[in-house]
Write a protein that binds this ligand. Structure first.
Ligand code: SF4
Ligand code: SF4
Length: 749
């Protein structure tokens, strides 16, 4: 046992150290250990209670069995290792005759069986159901087999042991199960009835009574036992069923006919197989997808507490001066946390299962994005860990500009990841919300786009137009900046320059300012606020694009220009003391979650939240019934990014006569419309179909009279989707338009 343990743990320590060193080649990243109480709560919910695993109920249950089973059986493995030195080892308190030992033994057996069931579910998924989201790898099957064999070996050990113990107790003269019984003569409290076997192996009952000598007993046989009092004393060749060892007891029945020799062999086989497999399993972890057993909890703990925010490139000008890479070019430019993400991927495929790009046949599959980077990292493990001794991992060029970089420092884009993969992402976060171990994608993909755009100057042609328009007209379409406030014509809406004391800033956004269809939503929202008596004003031509499309497209430099300018403008109007309302979820996200990095901390709400508040306060009262079946589409940047799901539904439900329908893919599983991540400003990558077509199909499956959305981008995409499905007769409306219709039109009599 000493050799086994020293070898097993020695090799594991070596492997773990290698993985640690490899992780440390990653760039430094702060903000992963703050707020420990909140992080521990996340670990409790998502690593211990595994709340995300349950999004796939059967797989979640099976995984829960295996996870809890492993935790419970950890102690068992330690005990068995101890028994390699002392056969009666039980950590002093887990002995077979101690209540703690018996209780533990019961749960250990129950979970061993549950782990077996869980393993069978995953065998079924891989070998029979062949779920497309899962990879049928030999490694996965080997690991599953090892888990299964560990459990079976444990049960085999118990079964053989139970048989041997029972036979031992049937040896004549061996005392079994002493039972304290009341002393009928009331002369002593030391009367003890015992069950034992006579010379012929028959169970007999004896009584020990104290005699005059202190501490001495006289043993009297009281007769043969018709009903053996100790289960172990049964004359049957099978050992008795022990409640505290249910699985072992059942298995023991199958071995009851074996003689002592084979039983002893099986006991040793079970013991050594379990003990060795635990160590083999441990040593496979760092080289397999099951590494998540070790890295899962740390990965959940160190997850971003602000997943809706893209971390900025800090000190861009300084980086440019120093010739450092903007964005991610090489594998070691990812942070240590990104590398931990790569280690932790369980290959469950849930991310790809919900990725709109994967679902519509694009080259992007988030799971394979992670696995490709992980494989590259592992392939170049030795070179990368030795290279960091001499290199600057934060982005300095490693060699002369025209020298060919070594393989481990090669350009990831094209070298490992196809640019089409990067450009297919809509930044919808479906993958991130689904991933049970909190692996992030949008930050990595945008970081690689940043490199492509800012270093290589390579990006889809259409983005060039958007970038130019943003630079010259401060909106991605190139509409004259001075026309930004024209949508408000004849509405009597004041600008902040005219009314700086306004309590609410209506941040309109580019599309709602310029696009004819979106302007109708903007006007409806403004009129609703006026009807409710809200004291608001707009920035008009002082407002510029938030920079969201530039940022998601990888043009961080341009984004930061917008961020700084807008923050300056907003701060000039003391926006931190007001409320900002916007109809655009992309603006909401940028203003609320990303501008704090640039000195702008504001209370920003979506118009759904704001209008539902006004409805609750009785400041808005829907009048006219709208008898429609309306299906609601969740915007990614409102729902998954900012957790606003109920407010738009509340507004819709406040309208008399209106029925709100939910597609199968709804709320945080709602599918993206295909416009986010700057997709709105470029052609979609080649695939089987367009994202908006698939999403519209899902919405149409509810058989609606109208489709409602909460985002100007979604509105455009769904309107196109309805046209593609020849359903342009079905109106596509923002909930604010319907509310305004109900409020502004007198009820029909
Ligand atoms: S953010 Fe959306 S589109 Fe991008 S990889 Fe994740 S699921 Fe796919
Ligand atoms: S990234 Fe997450 S969801 Fe995707 S395969 Fe890996 S563990 Fe599963």
């Amino acid at each position: 046992m000493s050799i086994l343990l020293l070898t097993g743990w020695g090799i594991f320590t070596y492997s773990a150290r290698r993985r640690w060193k490899l992780m440390m080649i990653g760039a430094k990243e702060g903000g992963r250990f703050d707020q420990p109480a909140r992080r521990l709560a996340l670990v409790w919910h998502f690593a211990v209670k595994q709340l995300r695993m349950r999004r796939y109920p059967l797989a979640g249950l099976a995984h829960m069995f295996i996870f809890v089973g492993f935790v419970v059986l950890l102690l068992r493995s330690l005990i068995l290792w101890g028994r390699g030195f002392d056969e009666s080892f039980h950590f002093w308190i887990f002995g077979p005759d101690q209540w703690l030992g018996q209780t533990y033994s019961f749960f250990k057996d129950v979970f061993a069986v549950l782990v077996i069931l869980g393993t069978l579910v995953f065998f079924y998924y891989r070998l029979i159901a062949r779920l497309p989201r899962m990879t049928l790898s030999t490694e996965g099957l080997i690991i599953l087999s090892i888990i299964l064999m560990m459990m079976l070996a444990d049960i085999l050990y118990d079964a053989a042991n139970l048989n041997l113990r029972a036979r031992e107790h049937r040896t004549p003269g061996v005392t079994l199960a002493p039972v304290q019984i009341p002393n009928e003569a009331q002369t002593s409290t030391h009367v003890v009835r015992l069950t034992t076997l006579d010379a012929e192996g028959r169970p007999i009952s004896v009584v020990q009574e104290p005699v005059d000598d202190p501490g001495a007993f006289e043993t009297k046989q009281t007769g043969f036992m018709e009903e053996p009092e100790s289960p172990l004393a049964q004359a049957s060749p099978n050992p008795p069923f022990l409640v505290c060892e249910p699985a072992g007891s059942v298995a023991a029945r199958f071995l009851g006919g074996l003689s002592d020799g084979p039983l002893t062999f099986l006991k040793h086989m079970g013991f050594w197989t379990h003990s060795a497999l635990v160590l083999i399993f441990l040593n496979l972890l760092p080289y397999s997808k099951h590494f998540h057993i070790i890295t899962g909890v740390p990965n959940v703990y160190t997850q971003s507490l602000h997943p809706a925010r893209l971390p900025p490139i800090v000190d861009m000008d300084g980086k440019l001066e120093r010739g450092e890479t903007l964005g991610i070019k090489r594998i070691d430019q990812f942070s240590w946390k990104a590398i931990l993400d790569f280690y932790t991927c369980t290959e469950c495929g849930r991310c790809s299962d919900h990725c709109p790009a994967t679902k519509t046949g694009k080259k992007l599959s988030p799971k394979h994005f992670t696995l490709d980077l992980r494989d590259f990292l592992y392939q170049h493990d030795a070179a990368l860990t030795s290279a960091t001794k001499n290199d600057n991992r934060n982005g300095h060029p490693l060699q002369e500009a025209d020298a060919e970089p070594p393989e481990h420092h090669k350009d990831l884009v094209d070298g490992v990841i196809d640019p089409e993969v990067l450009w297919a992402c809509t930044s919808c976060r479906a993958c991130e919300v689904e991933c049970p171990v909190f692996i992030s994608y949008v930050d990595k993909i945008v970081d690689m786009r940043r490199y492509l755009v800012q270093e290589r100057g390579e990006f889809p042609n259409e983005l060039q137009t958007a970038f130019r328009s943003l630079e010259s007209a401060f909106n991605p379409w190139g509409f004259p900046a001075e026309d930004r406030g024209q949508w408000a014509e004849n509405l009597g809406v004041k600008t902040l320059a005219e009314h700086p004391e306004a309590e609410v800033i209506f941040w309109v956004g580019c599309m709602p300012s310029f696009d004819d269809r979106a302007k109708r939503v903007t006007r409806a929202t403004a009129q609703l606020m006026q009807r409710a008596g809200v004291d608001f004003a707009i920035l008009a031509s002082e407002e510029q694009c938030t920079g969201d499309p530039a940022r998601r497209a990888g043009n961080e430099y341009l984004f930061q220009l917008f961020a700084k300018t807008n923050v300056e403008t907003l701060n000039r109007y003391a926006a931190d003391k007001k409320r900002i309302v916007t109809t655009c979820p992309h603006c909401l996200n940028t203003l609320l979650n990303e501008y704090p990095d640039f000195g702008g901390r504001y209370e920003v709400v979506h118009h759904s939240t704001f209008l539902s508040e006004l409805l609750r306060q009785g400041k808005l009262k829907p009048q006219r019934a709208i008898s429609k079946r309306v299906v609601f589409h969740d915007s990614c940047y409102l729902g998954r990014y900012n957790d606003v799901y109920d407010a738009p539904r509340d507004v819709l439900k406040s309208i008399p006569g209106l029925t709100v329908l939910e597609p199968v893919q709804t709320r945080d599983r709602g599918m993206c419309c295909g416009a986010g991540g700057a997709q709105m400003f470029k052609e979609e990558e080649h695939g089987d179909q367009r994202v908006n077509q698939l999403r519209t199909r899902q919405l149409l499956d509810t058989n609606p009279d109208a489709v409602s959305s909460a985002c100007p981008f979604c509105m455009r995409m769904l309107t196109d989707g309805l046209a593609d499905h020849d359903k342009s007769d079905i109106p596509q409306l923002d909930f604010a338009e319907m509310l305004w219709e109900s409020i502004s039109t007198p009820p029909t009599t």
